[in-house]
Write a protein that binds this ligand. Structure first.
Ligand SMILES: [Zn+2]
Length: 458
């Protein structure tokens, strides 16, 4: 299953109807929450199964939720039911922090499954409730999947922007004989904050994807947000007050910027994952062993590092990579990455974790890129921590940069496809200037009078 997000081209009327649908979905969501709270207060069990919720919906009768039709309302019930059972399962497994859905939201995404909507070319037709004409909207680009593979569309908003998420069942990629990924060729992937992925492959080849652009984006966003909040703090409404128009504008702007930031980071993470998969397919790598750092992320490491870890969004990053690998026909193995960046790949002895990017072994004198050391060690870990294969440490390293679309980013400095740096390119000499004054003569001050100029020439 693959999902792509597509923007919408809407008239003001269509826009209003779309937001109406999302608001109605929010009403459905709030009704379910209210119903279950009411039941809990009376000691009754919660209604959580999809079928039972659907019965409650049909008891409410048609037309309760504005323009939203039954199918759309049921998708909200499905969302609630899935969230409820996921929380129940986590609680049963001993995670006391897992909570059942409890927060009301004004706008909730609506999903339409195959057969309910029609999608042709760039036009999408969504059903509306009884007595309403169907909603026809235009997409701002072609859906990147063949139409017959599309399984569902989800209408959602981010701030004031509307999107549809198109989910399609895309078959696994096929290859010409002799070029398909070979499961015996293993590459280890070390996910990191500075380099989202460092991959150590067979044949002494490695790939490093730089994520500095993502970190810069995160940093600038944080700084900008801080400044905005500080200037507006005095205008925040008191409890029970309605915010001023200016405050509401500020809030809208804030939401817009948050949404943009999220989109930028996600796009960059997808780019990083795509780079890795493209690289792996080219080298016929059939197994990616990925180091999973999530075991150690719960530890408190101070506010700065905690923030860094949260901004990393490693769950999403790994999900991107896994999805794309499965699509390309590459097997994915997740292993615990503990200790992989502090073990020497050459002599297997523990070395204190390096502070910089360079790993040096004090026992055998081995030296290499720290993240690739992690990747090489991960490649050797099979499921359950067993040492399986031994790839030689990469010598040929490919450098790529994620987040090329972010402001102020270009190709990686070590990318040979990069055009020459502007400082080293031969340029014109510019306008002719007088020769500098001979040694010992005072240089005229900038913007001084003509007399100074004449002495200079003389
Ligand atoms: Zn060593």
């Amino acid at each position: 299953m693959r999902t792509a997000r597509v923007g919408l081209r809407l008239t003001p009327g269509q826009r209003e109807r779309c937001f109406g649908l999302l608001a109605s979905a929010g009403d459905v969501w709030a009704c379910v929450l209210d119903m279950n709270r009411w039941r809990r207060q009376r000691g009754l069990p919660a209604v959580a199964s999809y079928q039972a919720l659907c019965r409650e919906l049909s008891a409410a009768g048609p037309g309760t939720f504005g323009e939203l039709d039954t199918k759309g309302a049921r998708s909200v019930l499905r969302r609630y039911s899935d969230a409820w059972f996921a929380a129940a399962k986590r609680r049963k497994d001993g995670d006391a922090s897992a909570r059942f859905p409890r927060r009301k939201r004004r706008l909730v995404p609506v999903r339409y499954y195959h057969g309910i909507f029609t999608l042709e070319d760039q036009r999408l037709r969504l059903p509306a409730g009884r007595g309403w004409p169907p909603l026809r909207v235009r997409l701002d680009r072609q859906v990147p999947y063949p139409i017959e593979q599309v399984r569902s569309v989800t209408l959602l908003n981010e701030g004031r922007r509307l999107f549809v998420e198109v989910t399609a069942e895309v078959p696994v990629a096929t290859y010409e004989p002799g070029t398909e990924p070979d499961p015996d060729r293993v590459a280890g992937v070390d996910p990191g904050v500075i380099h989202p992925f460092a991959v150590a492959g067979p044949d002494k080849e490695g790939l490093i994807v730089s994520g500095r652009a993502i970190r810069t984006e995160t940093h600038l966003h944080l700084k900008d947000g801080k400044y905005r909040r500080r200037t507006m703090a005095a205008r925040a409404p008191k409890p029970g007050q309605v915010g001023s128009r200016r405050w509401r504008k500020f809030r809208a702007r804030q939401r817009k910027l948050e949404a943009r930031h999220k989109r930028r980071v996600r796009q960059a993470q997808h780019e990083a994952a795509k780079t890795v998969i493209g690289w792996a397919v080219q080298r016929r790598i059939g197994t990616l062993v990925i180091g999973d750092p999530r075991g150690v992320l719960g530890l408190n490491a101070g506010r700065r590092h905690n923030k860094r870890v949260r901004d990393w969004r490693v769950g999403y990053l790994l999900r991107c990579l896994k999805d794309k690998a499965e699509q390309a026909g590459i097997r994915v193995v997740l292993v615990d990455e503990r200790g992989t960046s502090s073990t020497c790949p050459s002599c297997d002895r523990r070395v204190p974790k390096p502070t910089g990017r360079r790993f040096t072994c004090m026992h055998c004198g081995f030296s290499g890129h720290r993240d690739l050391v992690g990747g090489a060690n991960i490649a050797r870990r099979g499921p359950g921590g067993t040492i399986t294969t031994k790839n030689p440490f990469p010598v040929v390293i490919t450098h790529r940069r994620a987040g090329r679309h972010l402001p102020g980013t270009g190709p990686a400095r070590r990318d040979p496809r990069r055009r020459p740096h502007h400082g080293t390119v031969k340029r014109s000499n510019g306008r002719p200037r007088p020769a500098p004054p001979p040694w010992g003569v005072a240089r005229p001050k900038r913007g001084s009078t003509n007399t100074a100029k004449t002495t200079n020439v003389g």
